[in-house]
Structures are given as structure tokens and as C-alpha cells.
Design a protein around this ligand. Structure first.
Ligand code: PNW
Length: 464
């Protein structure tokens, strides 16, 4: 196996998961339905009609999973809290069994010497709130802050890192613009208010957590370097508008309190009545750190080319009349999902953040990076995933290079601990360091798990 990149002594190495993707127990012990329960029940939404009803059955196996995390030797575990498990109808009544589950998980992690890192919203909105307009209405942002207060009062003394929202860009674009994720709305540009309300939910939650005495708060925001498909002026312009829409529309308001573009700002709620500025103040409440989820760079050109559209779009039809078109990156290695494997893209997005935001940028974390393949146990029971070992080695090395270039990066969370429910793509793509047999729920550490384990324990022995 190959070497582990040299990283600062106190650099955090972790693994991550999300509630709907691993927990199962979708209707147990008082949990209310989420928009993903609803979405999965609609025919044709999820590959092979799969659902998160059982998933990795983590709700009943969290002790076994914490043991896997402990044995892996990571510093931290990033998980998400299911809002409808804690508040079945999104507001008001609190489900004691739900809070108890996370309370035990946090205690078990601490007993294992692992720092709990909690995401409050990883896309599983209570269905009852969707019925009242979901993220299309401002009210949901306030409900999120109320929910965060309930969680902080219970877990605030023990959770080491907090992320209000995971990937507002994917929730906006997939969930509301093209409709391939729950709640399955294809609103095109009319999805922009959703972005604003998710960001407002983030900001109000940061304030609620601070008011509850909780610190070390960030965000887990997906970012992709955007590359013009060719050197033509038209492609350059197309790439720039895509970049604005998927990267800076989400990072600028959080880090600078502004939208990147006057036209986009003019389409946001509150623009006409002058309340937008006050919202942006809330959205830019200072963070202790900023988390980047990184998967792949995206080449972008003008619409109407012969080249197939980006695999990241999962076959979704884009709204008509867009000024850009995501493309496929030629001649690079790809994952089992045909996602491009480009470690340099991680170095690039980190240095781009440092340059764009300068002194306004808090320390960075990589809150997700990983790759899916169709892993399965060999005859001898081993799960050999040399491509995943190389993926994490090379992406950690890209982080080490960014640190060498002066970017303050404090940690890297591999996506994911376990193979899990990959949203609309179901169970076929396997992102885990641990293989899950969905018939038996048997967990089998892959070679990539062994690789992390070996190097993390060596790092620990040498005092890093
Ligand atoms: C993230 N893209 O989603 C999520 O945070 C995870 O829940 C998910 O399992 C993981 O990445 C792997 O997909 C993304 O198309 C979904 O670029 C799609 C994209 C990126 C991230």
C-alpha cells in the first residue's frame, strides 16, 4: 500500500455519513416522515425503486458502527441528525426517543475517543414542513433554527463541530431546479428563493447555536472548479456564469454577505421590499470554519454541443434556455459513476477560496471527498479497492500541497464510512471504506479502510 501524505500534527482526519443514507428505521420509535421517505415512495424516482427504509440499519447497529470508527482510528466522525426523528412534524413536539438515539451516539463516540461532528440538515426535511411550502417559504428557515436549539440544548456540551446545512447547492439544484432529488420540483430559475431560504436557515441556525452557547460552527458546502470547455470567449463566459451559479451564489453570501451578481440578487426574496440586506447580515454571521465538499471539476461550454452532458447531473434534463452546458472531462480516470478523478481540482478550489476571500476566509475543512465503485467481496472475503486508496491518498496530497501554498486547511472527512443509499442512484454506487451487504447487513472493511487504519495508527504512534 502506498504512503500517507505528510500533514500537520493537528490535522483532523475523519469519515462522514448522513442520516437518511444509513439509518433506516424510517418509521420507528416516533420518527416522522421526511421528504425523502415521500420521494422514494413515488414510482420512477429512485433507481430500481429502492428506498432508505432500511439502508444500513445504522439506527439499530450504531454500536457496531462506532466500533468500526474507533478501530479505523479517525479523529472525528461527521454524521447528520434527522430533523423528523427529533421533531416528527418539524416543529413543536419533540420525540424523546429520537434525541436519545443521538445522545447515545455522541456518548459512544466520545468513549471511543472520536470527536462528534454533527450536520443538522442533510436534506431530510420533515414532510409536514414540505406540506407548508418547504424551502420555498421563509418560515422553514425559522423552524430550522428552532429545531437546532432543541438539539443544541441536548448535545451542545459534547458535539465538537457543527454544520447547519449540507450542500445548499445540491438541495437547490437537484431538489428544486431539476427535480432529481426530493422534493422533486423542477422549477428552473424559480428555485432561486430556495437557495436564499436554505442560506437564511443556515444563518439563523448559526445564531441559534451561538445563543445556546455552542461553538465551532461551519458549513458543508459543495464546490467544484469550473473550467471553460475550450479557450473560446463564448465558452469562457458560459463557464463563468455556471461558476457564479453553483459556487459563488452559495459561498459569497455566507463569507461576504453579498450575492455575486446583481441579476441573481434581484431574483431573491426581499429584494423588492428592501429586506434582503438584513437577511444577508444573518446569512453572513461569522463562522469558525468553512467546509468544502469536493468531488470533481466541471468543464462548461455553450449549450448545444455534441458532447454528452455531465455525469454529475445523473441524466437530469436541464431547464431550457440556460447560457451554459456542463460537459464531460476528456481523458481523465473516472469512478464507477463516471465522475472525473482530478485531485488537482481540490488544490485549485482551496487556493481559489483563499484568493477570493482573503482575510474573510476562516480555516477550511474538506467535509467530504470520495469515490464510488461497484465493490464486492472476493472469494477470500476481502474487498479490494485500490482505486479508492489512490483516490484518498491523492486528494490528501492535494490538501497537503494547498497547505504548503499557505491555505489554512484543518481537516479531511472521507465520504463515506459505509456503503449507503446514494439518493436517486440507490444502493449500486458504493462510496464506503466499509462494504455493506444489504441482505445480511454484514459490514466488511475494504482495503481502503485498512489503508487509513494502518497510516492513522502510525501517525498516532509517531505523535503524528
Ligand atoms: C454529496 N454532484 O452529494 C452529498 O453530501 C452526499 O450525501 C452524497 O452521498 C455524496 O455527495 C456523493 O454523491 C452530491 O453531482 C451529489 O456533483 C451530487 C454531486 C455532488 C455531491
Amino acid at each position: 500500500m502506498t504512503g500517507f501524505p505528510r500533514l500537520p500534527e493537528d490535522f483532523v482526519v475523519g469519515v462522514s455519513t448522513a442520516s437518511y443514507q444509513i439509518e433506516g428505521a424510517a418509521a420507528e420509535e416516533g420518527k416522522g416522515p421526511s421528504i425523502w421517505d415521500t420521494f422514494c415512495a413515488e414510482p420512477g424516482r429512485i433507481r430500481n425503486g429502492e428506498t432508505g427504509e432500511v439502508a444500513c440499519d445504522h439506527y439499530h447497529r450504531s454500536k457496531e458502527d462506532v466500533a468500526l470508527i474507533r478501530e479505523l482510528g479517525v479523529d472525528s466522525y461527521r454524521f447528520s441528525i434527522s430533523w423528523p426523528r427529533v421533531m416528527p412534524s418539524g416543529a413543536g413536539h419533540v420525540n424523546a426517543a429520537g434525541l436519545d438515539f443521538y445522545d447515545r451516539l455522541v456518548d459512544d463516540l466520545l468513549a471511543a475517543g472520536v470527536t462528534p461532528a454533527a450536520t443538522l440538515y442533510h436534506w431530510d426535511l420533515p414532510q409536514a414542513l414540505q406540506d407548508r411550502g418547504g424551502w420555498q417559504v421563509r418560515e422553514t428557515a425559522q423552524r430550522m433554527a428552532d429545531y437546532a436549539t432543541v438539539v443544541a440544548e441536548r448535545l451542545g456540551d459534547r458535539v465538537g463541530m457543527w454544520m447547519p446545512v449540507n450542500e445548499p447547492v445540491v438541495a437547490t439544484m437537484f431538489g428544486h431546479a431539476v427535480g432529481t432529488h426530493a422534493p422533486g420540483l423542477a422549477l428552473g430559475f424559480d428555485a432561486l428563493p430556495v437557495a436564499h431560504h436554505l442560506l437564511l436557515g443556515h444563518g439563523l441556525t448559526v445564531q441559534a447555536l451561538r445563543a445556546a452557547g455552542v461553538g465551532n460552527i461551519g458549513i458543508a458546502s459543495n464546490h467544484a472548479p469550473t473550467w471553460p470547455a475550450t479557450g473560446s470567449d463564448a465558452d469562457r463566459e458560459a463557464a463563468e456564469s455556471y461558476d457564479t451559479l453553483v459556487n459563488w451564489l452559495f459561498a459569497d453570501p455566507v463569507l461576504c454577505g453579498t450575492y455575486p451578481d446583481e441579476l441573481l440578487a434581484s431574483l431573491m426574496p426581499g429584494h423588492a421590499d428592501g429586506t434582503l440586506a438584513a437577511d444577508l447580515e444573518i446569512i453572513s454571521t461569522p463562522l469558525d470554519w468553512f467546509g468544502v465538499n469536493y468531488y470533481q471539476p466541471v468543464p462548461v461550454g455553450t449549450p448545444g454541443s455534441a458532447s454528452a452532458s455531465s455525469p454529475a447531473l445523473e441524466g437530469a434534463a436541464l431547464p431550457e434556455g440556460l447560457p451554459f452546458e456542463p460537459r464531460v472531462l476528456p481523458d481523465v480516470p473516472t469512478t464507477g459513476l463516471d465522475w472525473a478523478v482530478v485531485p488537482d481540482g481540490l488544490h485549485e478550489i482551496l487556493t481559489t477560496f483563499a484568493r477570493r476571500y482573503g482575510d474573510r476566509l476562516p480555516p477550511l475543512y474538506i467535509t467530504e471527498s470520495g469515490c464510488a465503485f461497484h465493490d464486492r467481496p472476493a472469494a477470500d472475503g476481502a474487498v479490494r479497492d485500490p482505486q479508492r486508496v489512490a483516490y484518498h491518498r491523492d486528494h490528501l496530497a492535494a490538501v497537503a500541497r494547498a497547505i504548503g501554498d499557505g491555505v489554512d486547511v484543518r481537516g479531511y472527512f472521507a465520504w463515506s464510512l459505509l456503503d449507503n443509499f446514494e439518493w436517486a442512484l440507490g444502493y449500486e454506487p458504493r462510496f464506503g471504506l466499509v462494504h455493506v451487504d444489504y441482505d445480511t447487513q454484514v459490514r466488511t472493511p475494504k482495503d481502503s479502510y485498512r489503508w487509513f487504519q494502518e497510516h492513522l495508527s502510525a501517525r498516532r504512534r509517531s505523535g503524528r
